[in-house]
Design a protein around this ligand. Structure first.
Ligand code: HEM
Length: 472
């Protein structure tokens, strides 16, 4: 009998202990430091990128706190970083259940919505519209246009014996976006937009201090300028559509003007300007950084260049003079795409993205309160030897067969919010590679110039290269 009561007492104590422990854990945020008031650890976060090793911010903290989740403060918000494949999987598969998209308040200041909705709501609306333009079937018809613009770009910009690559690839992807989104392909008109877009992109992930001369203030001004220009273009398009001078399907802009929502409401001009602005921003800097990084890696790895060259020349030789690239050609560019994927593993254009907890939940024994900002980090898996053997080695064969383990390779994110422009980006990058290697071999002017992350990959001096055109 005594034994029975003693067992009951032990069981009771165990329950009390478990109850206490679980409640205690409920109060336990992941370990970490929130750094300085206001700016938190933003400077360290950005500085590891400026030094060329953005992964260091994450890896230092993983090893310091022995945890794949740690708290910090980024861009003015206390944030929990979810690192590793498990962190990615958790965030991507709990979208709109436990977590939702979130942008730092600085983004809302640079992209103030004309409809008084937040950037989060804007993204939901934009996401609903995009599949129509960006689905693979629709995209296939753009390949010829991409090839034409790409050829014109190389003819006009890749001239002389030396060029600086990063600004050039920006011109290429921006030109393409202007042509395919708003049907502007006059290089002078495109150029008028290009500078303010550069300023805008540089300010998005800067420290959000709105004072004269700061990158943040400059980005807000640039956003206002671009919005005005876009409004003028939209007004003109409305006139052209009315006069039959523009077609209903010629680009994203026409589509936005003639498509109503489920209640039959059409978007207002200012609303369309907001959406085109987000698309032009999201859609050109990312892909241009990949194109430029490809040029850098191919310069450093002649054996990789050689295989890309052979693959692309086989396609080039199969074409009649003047015949443009098509979908069948793209399907043959398998090795080239593996190279581009490996470039995006080592130099992902976006280092990660934010989420917000929709409710209180537990992750790995840590409590995450409702409203807490969360961040997934591409580098926490891309450059982690746990997921990629010899992670700093350039090896396109990683993408052969079934490729990397799920949730380890995430340059485009994952889950319901995965980048909707992924296929568009794939096409513009492959078309770029085709026209590049078909024309040139090249060498870096500064042999040890490295990529730095600001926060997108960029070469310190813009990657000057010497061009060696192939003999006809
Ligand atoms: C190599 C090029 C690109 C890369 C690496 C890339 C990567 C990404 C990533 C990581 C995200 C964030 C996903 C998240 O929040 O978890 C994203 C979102 C987005 N991307 Fe891309 N992107 C690229 C090109 C493009 C292009 C060409 C377009 C448009 C044509 C585009 C449109 C968007 C949009 C609209 C979003 C927001 C989606 C949402 O919030 O639901 N991207 N992209």
């Amino acid at each position: 009998m005594e034994f029975f009561f003693l067992s009951l007492l032990c069981l009771f104590l165990l329950f009390v202990l478990l109850f206490y422990k679980s409640n205690f854990k409920n109060l336990t945020l992941p370990p970490g430091s929130t750094g300085w008031p206001l700016i938190g650890e933003t400077l360290e976060f950005l500085a590891t990128g400026w030094r060329g090793h953005p992964e260091k911010f994450v890896f230092d903290r993983i090893s310091k706190y022995s945890s794949y989740a740690f708290k910090t403060n980024l861009l003015g918000s206390p944030t929990v970083v979810f690192a590793g494949a498990a962190g990615n999987k958790f965030l991507f598969s709990n979208e709109n259940r436990l977590v939702q998209a979130w942008w730092p308040s600085s983004v809302d200041k640079i992209f103030p919505s004309s409809t008084q909705t937040s950037s989060k709501q804007e993204a939901i609306i934009l996401r609903k519209m995009l599949p129509n333009f960006l689905k693979p079937e629709a995209l296939q018809q753009y390949i010829g246009v991409m090839d034409t613009i790409s050829q014109r770009h190389f003819d006009s910009d890749w001239v002389g014996s030396e060029v600086v690559v990063f600004p050039l690839t920006k011109r290429y992807t921006f030109w393409l976006a202007c042509r395919l989104f708003i049907n502007i392909d006059d290089p002078n008109h495109v150029a008028k937009f290009a500078d303010p877009f550069g300023i805008l992109a540089a300010g998005i992930f800067s420290i959000p201090i709105d004072l004269p001369g700061t990158p943040f203030r400059r980005a807000i001004k640039a956003s206002e300028f671009i919005r005005k220009e876009l409004l003028a273009i939209i007004k003109q398009r409305k006139v052209d559509l009315g006069d039959g001078k523009a077609s209903l399907t010629q680009d994203i802009l026409s589509h936005m003007l003639v498509t109503s929502d489920e209640n039959g409401n059409f978007m207002k001009e200012a609303e369309i300007a907001d959406k085109i602005l987000s698309l032009l921003i999201g859609g050109h800097d990312t892909a241009s950084s990949v194109c430029a990084s490809i040029v850098m890696f191919l310069a450093e790895l002649p054996h990789v260049y050689q295989r890309v060259y052979e693959e692309q020349m086989e396609i080039a030789k199969s074409k009649a003079p003047g015949e443009l690239l098509n979908w069948d050609d793209i399907k043959k560019m398998k090795y080239s795409w593996n190279v581009a994927c490996e470039v995006m593993r080592l130099a992902p254009p976006l280092q990660g993205a934010f989420r917000e907890a929709m409710t209180d939940f537990m992750y790995n024994g840590f409590s995450i309160p409702k409203g807490c900002k969360l961040y997934w980090s591409a580098n926490s898996t891309h450059k982690n030897s746990e997921f990629f053997f010899e992670p700093h080695k350039f090896d396109p064969s990683r993408f052969e067969g079934s490729g990397p383990v799920p949730y380890t390779y995430v340059p485009f994110g994952g889950g319901p919010r995965m980048c909707p422009g992924k296929e568009y980006a794939r096409l513009e990058i492959l078309v770029f590679m085709h026209n590049l290697v078909k024309r040139f071999k090249w060498e870096k002017v500064i042999p040890n110039e490295k990529i730095v992350f600001d926060p997108m990959p960029n070469a310190k001096k813009g990657l000057p290269i010497c061009l060696f055109p192939h003999k006809a």
